[in-house]
Design a protein around this ligand. Structure first.
Ligand code: GTQ
Ligand code: FE2
Length: 321
């Protein structure tokens, strides 16, 4: 089809004739779109969901027999929201990862920000971030911000399992994706420091939660890790003492929760999700939700609140219940 001239467009005798010519100039009548481009409030595109660590561990143990870190840059299992084929939520993807004793996973860097919550590991499991070795013990959180070199290793006797959380879906959407393998495959450890801003130990977290819990008047305590930890993701730990529940929340921020300790349930809209240590829960933005625990639990929360906040989109809704 040849491109209509301005005169041909101007002489359209009917809307149908006009619509017929617009396709060829890659224009569309905004007033006649079958689906609106604006709507009253967020659509529920992603679903609340829970992933089982026990199942992931089984699958990772099989992958440990079937694929090595020579072939696989990372031995990871992506947690795919039932609503799609890759992302866990609109902006955040989570994955379980495992590395076997004696293995090393090559160093690389990428623009997506990443962080890890360690689930099961023995002394000797580590990650190297920008030349600094950080130990990975259960409950620890380790950051690998935008463009920082990182690789993993395991000098311990047991397989190490952890949860990765990355802003890859957001980077894919905005398109500033860059990735680079390390020129030496494995980055040399060149920095020795006592404490790293990239590492939050479980011991510190427990101490801070106990202090916050003592001041919280019977409500669940929540402490933040970092301020925020990453440009695109904020991290916190929430302690539910036995019998406690969180106040209902409905917020313009996507949340991924890793169960650092204990067991409980999450009510998200009409969905009830049961979880225990190591499991992962996703609560999409604008989804009212409550967490409860009968016997006590600690939830690790990752949200895209910093993005929403910086862009002026952060809102908290009034819970219906
Ligand atoms: O450990 O560097 O789950 O680059 C996905 C991409 C983990 C990692 C993932 C990654 C990594
Ligand atoms: Fe990575």
């Amino acid at each position: 089809m040849t491109s209509p001239t301005p005169q041909q467009l101007a002489q359209s005798g009917s809307l149908e004739e006009l619509y017929g010519q617009l396709g060829a100039v890659r224009m569309g009548a905004g007033w006649a779109k079958p689906t609106p481009s604006l709507w009253a409030e967020p659509k529920k595109s992603f679903a609340p969901f829970v992933w089982s660590y026990a199942q992931a561990k089984g699958a990772l143990d099989a992958a440990g027999r079937l694929i090595n870190t020579e072939l696989a840059e990372r031995r990871n299992l992506i947690l795919q929201n039932p609503a799609g084929d890759y992302a866990t939520s609109r902006t955040i993807v989570a994955a379980y990862q495992m590395i076997m004793p004696g293995e090393k996973a090559r160093s690389h860097r990428h623009t997506p920000n990443a962080l890890r919550l360690i689930i099961d590991a023995e002394p000797g499991a580590y990650t190297v971030v920008n030349g600094e070795r950080l130990s990975m013990m259960p409950g620890d959180v380790v950051l690998t911000p935008n463009w920082c070199w990182h690789g993993h290793g395991n000098e311990g006797r047991a397989c190490a399992y952890w949860l990765d959380v990355l802003d890859v879906p957001l980077v894919q959407l905005l398109e500033p994706m860059f990735f680079e393998p390390h020129p030496d495959d494995f980055e040399k450890e060149s920095v020795v420091a006592n404490a790293s801003p990239m590492h939050f130990s479980w011991a510190d977290t427990q101490r801070r939660l106990a202090e916050a819990g003592a001041r919280s008047n019977g409500a669940p305590a929540e402490i933040s890790l970092g301020d925020p930890a990453l440009d695109t993701m904020a991290l916190s730990m929430i302690e539910l003492k036995a019998g406690q529940g969180t106040p209902p929340r409905k917020v313009i921020a996507n949340s991924v929760f890793g169960v650092a300790k204990g067991a409980g349930t999450t009510q998200a809209g009409d969905t009830t999700l049961s979880w225990s240590r190591g499991d992962v829960i996703v609560v999409p933005a604008w989804q009212e939700h409550v967490h409860r625990s009968d016997d006590g639990a600690v939830l690790f929360r990752v949200t895209d609140e910093p993005v929403m906040e910086k862009l002026g989109f952060l809102r908290e809704g009034k819970p219906a219940h």
